[in-house]
Design a protein around this ligand. Structure first.
Ligand code: GCU
Length: 505
């Protein structure tokens, strides 16, 4: 690995020398484009490289999610769940002064929080991200249920002149009702990836499978490795396929049917067409392109922010499409894409709202909670690519309480806009397909912790600080929460989310 890197460095020196040649020279015409191939590492190699760059010799282990006999089995005992009950105060500046006006929130405190999330948690979007050109690949008329629809398949081609070896083509589909009286709100789901992200895919949904528009990336990358290090791998999700995960959920119209019934449209954005879902892909995709195929710096963006960036580019397109009311674009994601959905909403002010389903650690769940999955799981080799390299520090040598921010402040970044937080019931200790791992209560507490910021901005908080009984909808304010009883799925809360969204137009 280090050989590849130093070979590239040497090549860089040669390239720099070539740039000094007269402008007419053939070689000069690469215009600074990087002609050397991207560095290739396995996720283990890049994880190790990240640790070395941070001078970390050892990380604490993630929790085991399924095997009760494992000494490292996840905690599901509420009396041990809050080792650090005092969260950072979203309304106290780093200099100790209290924030008591919206102006101070917007101009002073929110930027501090954003900077901390950028540097330590999700990483920074580089300044040099190239532009995206959206092409409508096809437009087809169809029907879903009894609604006439128009579906556009789009590809967002990223300008890769800085490193032509790395192609990024964002796959997006958009379906709108054919007879809409005007521009319609659009609910966009992170989807199009087999088994992950698509919940109930309507038959007329995106025809492409994983990586359909992503051949160059897929071709060069190793197979994506899903699954946490804690022994709860993809198998745990068997049966949570594209046609409605958590078979115990209520049978009924698909979410797309529900969206159309409101006269709205829906979209599907393929995350792995933006950035691969594994550490080996970090020198490719949009992250790799911005680094010209070199490994990440410690505060570079991870996959969650890359996926969120992709959602922002989709909004760029929607703003040009007359069928779409671009002021009302919502994002939905489940599990790892629930994390991406909350990050997308927090960072993109043009986004209307989000349905954040079972987002867990790295998403809405408080990092300081000891329940189910923890920081150490996400810092492990299978998941660290979601986050900034710096995030690894909090799994050793630092601890959870050293994080300058926590997830209630991610929710606060969304304020004053509406957001719907969701999780399911059940634990992997008791039943396969359960959702205790993602920590419904830790998610609820993040919503509670954002309350003061919503109130400061003249909005309503969750309405209670008491964790509600399962299936109790909290949606009287601008932060909504509901824990459903169907395990690791987003199906049951769709109607509640859509209703909440429609009340916040
Ligand atoms: C694992 C991981 C979660 C993640 C989930 C998924 O369970 O621990 O953080 O949300 O995979 O995305 O499927």
């Amino acid at each position: 690995m280090s050989q590849t890197i130093s070979a590239r460095r040497a090549a860089g020196v040669v390239l720099a020398a070539l740039v000094a040649l007269p402008a007419g020279s053939l070689l000069f015409q690469s215009k600074g484009a990087d002609a050397t191939p991207p560095v290739r590492m396995t996720k283990a190699e890049d994880h190790q490289r990240t640790m070395e760059a941070l001078h970390i010799t050892e990380l604490r282990k993630g929790k085991a999610g399924r095997d009760k006999s494992d000494p490292n089995f996840a905690n599901y005992d509420e009396s041990k769940a809050n080792p650090f009950p005092n969260l950072p105060d979203p309304l106290t500046l780093k200099n100790g002064k209290k924030v008591s006006t919206p102006a101070d929130w917007w101009n002073k405190r929110r930027p501090e929080i954003v900077e901390d999330f950028d540097r330590e948690v999700y990483g920074r979007v580089p300044k040099n991200v190239p532009s995206v050109k959206w092409d409508v690949v096809s437009t087809t008329n169809g029907k879903l249920g009894d609604v006439d629809i128009i579906t556009k398949q789009l590809v967002g081609v990223v300008d890769n002149s800085m490193d032509p070896d790395i192609e990024v083509k964002i796959a997006l589909s958009l379906t709108t009702p054919a007879h809409a009286a005007g521009p319609v709100p659009v609910i966009m789901q992170y989807g199009g990836v087999g088994g992950f992200g698509g919940t109930q895919n309507a038959t007329s949904g995106p025809p492409y499978g994983p990586n359909a528009f992503n051949a160059p990336l897929a071709g060069r990358g190793p197979a994506p490795a899903f699954g946490p290090s804690g022994g709860r791998g993809l198998a745990a999700f068997a049966g949570f396929g594209a046609s409605g995960r958590g078979g115990r959920g209520p049978a009924g119209p698909t979410w797309q049917n529900q969206v159309l019934a409101r006269g709205w449209g829906y979209a599907s954005l393929n995350p792995t067409s933006i950035q691969a879902d594994n550490g080996a892909g970090l020198t490719l995709g949009i992250i790799g392109l911005c680094n010209k195929g070199q490994p990440r710096k410690a505060d570079d963006w991870g996959a969650l922010r890359a996926w969120a960036w992709g959602a922002s580019r989709a909004i760029d397109y929607f703003e040009t499409d007359k069928a779409v009311d671009a002021k009302h674009i919502a994002i939905e994601g489940h599990s790892r894409y629930g994390k991406a959905a909350i990050v997308a909403l927090a960072y993109e002010p043009r986004m209307w709202t989000a349905y954040v389903s079972s987002s867990g650690e790295g998403g809405a769940k408080l990092h300081r909670r000891n329940w189910g999955e923890i920081i150490e799981n996400v810092a492990g080799v299978d998941e660290y690519h979601w986050m900034a390299g710096n995030f690894l520090k909090y799994a050793g040598p630092l601890g959870w309480n050293d994080l300058p921010v926590d997830s209630h402040e991610l929710v606060a970044m969304i304020a004053p806009r509406p957001v719907f937080l969701s999780a399911g019931n059940g634990g992997y200790d008791v039943e396969p397909g359960g959702d205790s791992w993602v920590d419904a209560k830790g998610t609820f507490l993040a919503g509670v912790g954002a309350g003061p910021v919503y109130r400061l901005l003249g909005k309503k908080d969750l309405g209670t600080t008491e964790f509600p009984k399962i299936e109790t909808l909290l949606a009287t304010g601008d932060i909504a929460f509901r824990q459903h009883s169907s395990g690791h799925t987003d199906v049951p809360n769709w109607p509640y989310f859509l209703d909440f969204a429609s009340r916040h137009m």
